[in-house]
Structures are given as structure tokens and as C-alpha cells.
Design a protein. Structure first.
Length: 148
């Protein structure tokens, strides 16, 4: 039986895939759970239209992410931290502080999409971070950690 998956199913396929499975598996398990629908000609037309619309929306989102990435690449800012006389930071600089600094510059970036190349920043200096704006688009930013 040919079915269209409504969600990702391990060892079977991903969302919107058209797959062939045994009749009992489809009728007794996948369809009643709402994980799949029978791949009738009408359902296939609806699927193709949904894929076209989703591709259009994805292209728009990707274009916006590329525009933001161009602005973020080469951006440099400073983050102040309390330090000892030797230049060691009390605590560490993390993604929350970087997200707040970006927000002050006018970029609304989720802290979970920021990754710092070093494990922990515990000294004064210049560092780099990577910002994930889209599943394929990343921006690299530089920031200086200075003593307050």
C-alpha cells in the first residue's frame, strides 16, 4: 500500500515522503495513529501543492537569514566582565551575554543559536562565535572581552 507520511518515522522515511508499506502496517498502525494517509491521487496533489508553498516560504526565510548574515559577518563588539588583576574573569562569558550584546546592536538572536568556539571564556581577549540563522546559513562574529 502506498502512503504519505505526516511526520518523520525512524527506519521508514521523513515527513511528506511517499512510501510503500504492507497493508496491515498501514491500516492497523500508521493511519490510526495519524502518522500517515493513503496516497490517493487527490492526496498526492495536495502534497505537491503543500511542498511548493513550503518551498516558497523557505526561500523567503532563507533570503532574510542571508541578509542578516551579511550584516553580522564582520560585526565586532565588546563585552565587559569583572576581572582580577591578572586578567582572569570571575565566572565566564557565555552565550547569554553575547545575545544581549547583539540585541543592544539591534539583532534579535536566540542564545541557543550561538556557539562559541572555545569551551569557556575565562580570560580577557578577542574571541569568535558562530550564529546559526537558518539550517544552512551561519554568521561569524568577533567580540572582545574587556575588564570593567
Amino acid at each position: 500500500m502506498e502512503i504519505i507520511l505526516k511526520q518523520d518515522i525512524q527506519n521508514l522515511g521523513s515527513k511528506d515522503d511517499v512510501v510503500v508499506v504492507k497493508n496491515g502496517y498501514a491500516r492497523n498502525y500508521l493511519i490510526p495513529k495519524g502518522w500517515a494517509v493513503i496516497a490517493s491521487p487527490a492526496a498526492k496533489k495536495v502534497l505537491s501543492e503543500n511542498i511548493k508553498q513550503r518551498a516558497h516560504k523557505e526561500a523567503k526565510i532563507k533570503a532574510e537569514a542571508e541578509k542578516i548574515a551579511q550584516n553580522l559577518n564582520g560585526l565586532r563588539f565588546t563585552i565587559g566582565a569583572k576581572t582580577s588583576s591578572t586578567g582572569k574573569i570571575f565566572g565566564s562569558v557565555n552565550t547569554i551575554q553575547i545575545a544581549e550584546a547583539l540585541q543592544a546592536k539591534g539583532y534579535d538572536v536566540d542564545r541557543k543559536s550561538i556557539s562559541i568556539k572555545e569551551d569557556q571564556i575565562k580570560e580577557i581577549g578577542t574571541y569568535k562565535a558562530k550564529v546559526k540563522l537558518h539550517k544552512e546559513i551561519f554568521a561569524e562574529i568577533e567580540f572582545d572581552v574587556v575588564s570593567e
